[in-house]
Design a protein around this ligand. Structure first.
Ligand code: FAD
Length: 688
């Protein structure tokens, strides 16, 4: 009989042997295409060669040490970026692969995109080269201690001094201090500051300004600027999220970012052609967060699936005397495999969103803003839904690992801590659902007035509400469980549910409810709409990519079948989670609901044999996963033990050569030898 360690390697090999498709055929999907995958893999190899990015002891480091480690990483990253002329996309992958929020992260993820999208061409000519070359290191300073979401309530002011042709930037109160600003605390020498624009006492609302923070000669804070690192946080440990106050800091009038709004030397304000244009930078970041959610889910699934395949626990097979692989328990499958399906659903929606965003960018250069609302609403809705799906799902997958999931060596904790912030920044998730719902409500009202109006594809189902009498008669057409697998029936069901929630929101509003009383309706509606478009994107994406040949080879067929099983799991798991909303107006019958539950079980069974294949298909390297439990070779127990070797408590200084712990003489010996007085038990009360 093999040792437990060998058994783990046998188990993972057996899992790979029974996989019905070739996992490497799917890897490019997660890298954004074959060609990109080759380039990104070369970047990963480059990072792995550099000692400065080594992550062996990362889990043992505290905040200050992680920040200090991050500085050489910053320097080496910029050197390599320059040496190899990395594109912004390649540079972004480089940073994803480093897998630590290096403290200039916000320079490229927020400061530069905002500058590129909101500075005028003339401003970009001057600032662009400084910013692209890290002469200017920038951050994006919007949030204040007192307000984050409510942009209109920000207190920092930029008041025009017509005599000197300058803005005076001021934080009048403690609550107006900028807070949470990544890259500000220690690194940035410039910030794009959102401040209320004031001319001759008139407040024109929040606008972006380029504000120098630190001297370009010696990095000291400039007069009137108080900056601090804001302190410890749940994640993003190496990042210097910071705090700043401005005491009547003067900047030239031309430091207002003037692509969309302008202010002339005589104080005349021109507003943008579209009020939402100024938020273009945020939309771009939200779009990348959708892809980031998919990769984070995939990462958790890789670790959880591989470990659950090599972890044996509980029921014993009398023939082999082996315990059951925990991945064979339906309760474990039910908590891990849907996350796999959500990762696929999210990546397909990421593609869809990227295409829409690219189209929008092409249009905008021609002055066409027609896609702006869709881009804004769908990036908001997807960001809100997908980051929550990932944040919750990764935690559930971690719990599936039992006790070892609580160790940082699992590889499930450090990255999840970083990820958790995505539900809050770039638009707090719950608030974003209000924007999605408001938009759908408006479309509904418009379409009722003008039924022939054009609706973009994802909201076209709203037309079904024009004939209300017919709409309420709609019922799910599936007459058997097999028919429930028909994609058209499924899409209709999700459309019906979202449409019904739109009417309910409209009715509540009509009956006089305040918008702020309708938070829950908005959360429900936004989720329903996003779930519908994700299912549609998944279906369209998989058919387009993997159902391409009229005469498929068996390899192509197997791949298509495998991805369809994941699609079914995504559909039925989502449907089951939301069953009440399909039942409450009678659209589903109780029998159809029970078919749906059965379909979840059947889909889990269909995905199970390929589970490790799917974990492999994402293409994560062991170095990136940094997980004792989820490495490719399945040697979970050996790696757990190996990683303890690096624990500082086990090193010289904390343990002497005989294995005795530091502090024994001073603190432990007195206890063990009774030098701290004898304990006198008293009945019912202490001596206090
Ligand atoms: C790690 C991290 C990094 C960040 N980096 C940056 C940065 O670089 N630059 C920057 O400017 N900011 C940054 N932020 C700030 C972030 O953008 C804000 O925290 C976010 O916008 C939420 O705002 P808030 O903190 O004011 O939350 P609040 O708006 O105070 O939200 C608190 C609660 O109230 C609810 N709520 C608020 N308003 C409403 C409403 N109208 N209706 C219903 N519910 C409501 C919210 O849903 C939430 O549950 C960062 C935050 C984090 C955590």
């Amino acid at each position: 009989m093999p040792s437990v360690e060998n058994q783990q390697q046998l188990d993972i090999a057996a899992e790979r042997a029974k996989c019905t498709f070739d996992p490497s055929q799917l890897t490019a999907l997660f890298y954004g295409g074959e060609e990109k995958m080759q380039r990104f893999k070369a970047i990963e190899a480059m990072v792995d060669r550099e000692p400065v990015f080594d992550r062996t002891d990362r889990y043992f480091l505290g905040r200050t040490e992680r920040f200090k480690r991050a500085l050489p990483m910053v320097k080496r990253y910029v050197e390599l970026r320059n040496e190899h002329g990395l594109t912004p996309e390649e540079a972004a992958h480089f940073k994803v692969y480093i897998d630590d929020y290096i403290p200039v992260h916000l320079h490229e993820s927020m400061f530069l995109p905002v500058l590129r999208s909101q500075a005028s061409d003339e401003q970009l000519k001057v600032w662009g080269p400084h910013a692209e070359n890290y002469h200017y290191i920038g951050c994006y300073a919007q949030t204040e201690l007192g307000h984050g979401s409510a942009l209109s309530r920000l207190e920092t002011t930029a008041t025009l001094d017509l005599i000197t042709d300058q803005w005076v930037i001021n934080s009048p109160t403690q609550s107006s201090a900028k807070f949470w600003i990544g890259t500000l605390g220690k690194m940035a020498n410039h910030a794009v500051v959102q401040a209320k624009l004031i001319i001759n006492g008139k407040d024109y609302g929040s606008h972006p300004f380029l504000v120098p923070l630190r001297s370009l000669k010696d990095h000291t804070p400039l007069p009137g600027v108080v900056i601090k690192d804001q302190g410890p946080k749940q994640g993003a440990i190496s990042m210097d999220n910071g705090y700043a106050r401005f005491n009547h800091v003067r900047i030239p009038r031309t430091n207002m970012l003037m692509r969309f709004s302008q202010v002339s030397a005589d104080g005349v304000y021109s507003k943008p052609i579209h009020p939402k244009l100024a938020y273009g930078g945020m939309t771009a970041v939200r779009t990348t967060l959708i892809n980031h959610s998919a990769l984070s889910m995939a990462r958790a699934v890789t670790i959880a699936t591989r470990y659950s395949a090599v972890r044996r626990q509980g029921n014993v097979d009398l023939k082999t005397d082996l315990e059951t692989q925990v991945l064979d328990y339906p309760a474990v499958q039910y908590r891990i495999l849907p996350l796999l399906s959500h990762a696929f659903a999210t990546i397909f929606s990421g593609y869809w969103m990227n295409d829409m965003y690219a189209q929008y960018n092409a249009d905008i250069t021609k002055g066409d803003t027609s896609l702006l609302k869709d881009v804004h609403v769908y990036s908001s809705g997807l960001k809100s839904y997908c980051t929550k799906l990932a944040a919750d799902g990764i935690e559930e997958a971690r719990r599936c690992l039992g006790g070892h999931g609580f160790s940082l060596f699992s590889g499930m904790i450090d990255f999840h801590r970083q990820f958790l912030a995505t539900v809050t920044y770039e638009g707090e998730n719950v608030l974003l659902t209000q924007q999605v719902s408001r938009y759908l409500l408006k479309l509904y009202k418009d379409v009722v007035r003008k039924p022939a109006m054009h609706l973009s594809a994802p909201s076209r189902y709203i037309v079904s509400l024009v004939d209300h009498g017919r709409f309420v008669q709609q019922r799910c057409a599936a007459r058997s469980m097999a028919e429930l697998y028909n994609p058209e029936i499924i899409l209709k069901a999700f459309q019906h549910r979202a449409a019904r929630l739109i009417i309910e929101l409209a009715q509540a509003e009509k009956q006089g409810a305040q918008w702020s009383d309708l938070n829950l309706e908005c959360m429900r509606l936004s989720k329903a709409h996003v779930q519908y478009i994700m299912i549609e994107n998944f279906h369209n994406g998989l058919e387009k990519r993997y159902n391409t040949s009229s005469n498929p080879t068996s390899t192509q067929e197997n791949l298509l079948e495998a991805v369809r099983s994941v699609y079914n799991l995504h559909v039925f798991y989502t449907l089951e989670t939301e069953l009440a909303e399909f039942l409450e107006d009678g659209y589903f019958s109780p029998e159809q609901a029970s078919w749906c539950r059965q379909a979840v079980k059947d889909s889990l069974k269909a995905v199970r044999p390929n589970a490790v294949g799917f974990a492999d298909c994402f293409g994560f390297t062991d170095k990136f996963l940094n997980s004792a439990l989820g490495s490719y070779d399945g040697r979970a127990y050996e790696r757990m033990a190996e990683m303890t070797e690096h624990e500082p408590l086990n090193q010289a200084g904390m343990t002497d050569e005989r294995g005795v712990v530091w502090g024994y003489e001073e603190f432990l010996r007195p206890l063990i030898f009774g030098e701290v007085g004898a304990f006198k038990a008293r009945k019912g009360e202490s001596k206090l």
